[in-house]
Design a protein around this ligand. Structure first.
Ligand SMILES: *[C@@H]1O[C@H](CO)[C@@H](O)[C@H](O)[C@H]1NC(C)=O
Ligand SMILES: *[C@@H]1O[C@H](CO)[C@@H](O)[C@H](O)[C@H]1NC(C)=O
Ligand SMILES: *[C@@H]1O[C@H](CO)[C@@H](O)[C@H](O)[C@H]1NC(C)=O
Length: 446
């Protein structure tokens, strides 16, 4: 009898739990930001002489196929089908109203012959290439001024074969800034979904000066020791939604940016309204980063339900003197991390300058940062918050944070300077600057 009652009780408990969490709660997705389109007009790369033998160079086929899509301009756009096979090619451009569709087993592979790799102008918000002065190598797959572009399929692979580029970086023989794997410049209504990105020469996915960009169900893979292989870097872009993806790479998994020092300040284009959710990531640098290039400002960012493992810094907001820009209204919530050097870092002293023309008095503003429901195990240091003396960080609101060290419930304590805010239910207890008995400007959140 007792056992029967217990079972009924357990059953009710399970039901209540179900109703509370998933059953009734609406699962939010990015799909309303850019609707998926079905294209009636379909062509295959093989129609243009494409050969998927891993050796034939298919540059002409890719360029002719996109030329055909652009100039025939079929109503509703055109799908370019990449069948199973390995299609080696040089870089190519995408055009508006197209879907690049990779079948299961399809691989679009970048050539490792780097001598003739095309150069393009530096981004105005950077004033120069990110790693070398002057122009920069065009991304492997590039879209400039395009709209209504979809890269999708059955989890085929876009392989940057980046090791030749990583070695040039290591040997300091790079002439210009390495190519991104996929870049959209001045573009809108973009979907990237169900694709595997592998071994990017530099950043993997870089939407810049773009809006309405959806990135979901992607896998991004690059070795942890590959230099600067950031996962996804929304840069001076708005209405970007990233979800349900797996990233393991050699630099920040996701980094929201908006230009570099005096060039970014002059260009003045912020990143705003960006959602990042249900991501699993691993990297020797940051899981979710803002910065360090934030000169156009970064605002209205929500990152939630993030799983991080084998990390450098779980959550990293980074800027520098000379950057200018305002970072505000950033929310990070429900972040789980395992094995990280640092849990949370917010710092005004990170990143290099494009040249010596930056204005050291262009101080960044960092305010209204909410971090809650963070759980970590094997986190070497819980947190570090370093504002600027002449521009202290304000409204830094931490709540329900539990970061365990290697050996037990506590890890080395927080370190803070030039910061105002509050903390509630944070363990180990944070620095006195964030003392919990003065909720102040954080009262709204607690
Ligand atoms: C690709 O786009 C870039 C940037 O718009 C342009 O400079 C380049 O000429 C294009 N390449 C081809 C092959 O059309
Ligand atoms: C592709 O991978 C995603 C995970 O990123 C998975 O959810 C989806 O089911 C896969 N699709 C196919 C067609 O295998
Ligand atoms: C703050 O950002 C969130 C998105 O994370 C947005 O919904 C909200 O409207 C923003 N608040 C303000 C005051 O702009």
């Amino acid at each position: 009898m007792l056992r029967f009652l217990l079972e009924i009780l357990l059953c009710f408990a399970a039901m209540a739990n179900l109703f509370n969490s998933s059953a009734l709660a609406e699962v939010l997705t990015c799909s309303n930001i850019v609707p998926m389109r079905n294209r009636v007009d379909k062509i295959s790369i093989t129609d243009f002489g494409g050969v998927g033998d891993g050796r034939t160079l298919n540059t002409k086929a890719f360029r002719e196929a996109t030329y055909r899509i652009q100039h025939l301009n079929r109503r509703g756009g055109t799908l370019l089908y990449i069948p199973p096979g390995v299609f080696l090619t040089e870089s190519f451009n995408l055009t508006s109203h197209m879907t690049l569709y990779l079948a299961r087993g399809a691989v679009i592979k970048a050539t490792q012959i780097t001598e003739n790799w095309p150069l393009i102008a530096p981004l105005p918000s950077y004033g120069r290439g990110r790693e070398r002065p002057g122009g920069r190598y065009i991304s492997f797959i590039h879209g400039d001024g395009v709209h209504d572009v979809i890269i999708t399929g059955e989890n085929g692979t876009i392989d940057g074969q980046g090791d030749v580029w990583w070695n040039m970086w290591r040997q300091r023989t790079l002439q210009f800034t390495r190519p991104n794997l996929v870049e959209f410049v001045n573009s809108e209504h973009i979907i990237i979904s169900n694709v595997i990105f592998k071994n990017s020469p530099f950043w993997n996915i870089h939407p810049v000066y773009s809006s309405n960009v959806v990135i979901r169900f992607v896998t991004i893979l690059a070795p942890h020791d590959s230099p600067n292989t950031d996962g996804i870097d929304p840069d001076s872009s708005s209405n970007v939604c990233i979800e349900d993806s797996y990233i393991s790479c050699g630099d920040d998994a996701v980094a929201v940016k908006s230009g570099w020092d005096e060039y970014g300040i002059a260009y003045g284009r912020p990143s705003s309204d960006i959602t990042i959710r249900r991501l699993t990531a691993s990297s020797p640098f940051a899981g979710i980063a803002i910065g360090s290039e934030t000169s156009g400002g970064v605002e209205n960012i929500l990152a939630e339900h993030i799983n991080l493992f084998n990390m450098g810094v779980g959550i990293h907001i980074k800027t520098n003197s000379g950057r200018g820009g305002t970072i505000r209204n950033i929310t990070m919530s429900h972040v789980y991390m395992e094995n990280a050097r640092k849990g949370i870092k917010i710092s005004g002293n990170v990143g290099d300058h494009p040249d010596d023309k930056f204005n050291p008095n262009a101080l960044p503003i960092v305010k209204d940062i909410t971090i809650n429901n963070v759980w970590g195990v094997k986190v070497l240091q819980a947190g570090l918050i370093q504002g600027l003396k002449d521009s202290p960080f304000t409204e830094i609101c931490l709540s329900d944070i539990n970061l365990h060290g290697l050996a037990g419930p506590t890890s080395p304590p927080w370190k803070c300077s030039d910061v105002f805010g509050a903390a509630r239910q944070v363990s180990p207890s944070p620095c006195s600057e964030l003392s919990s008995n003065q909720p102040g400007s954080c009262a709204n959140y607690f």
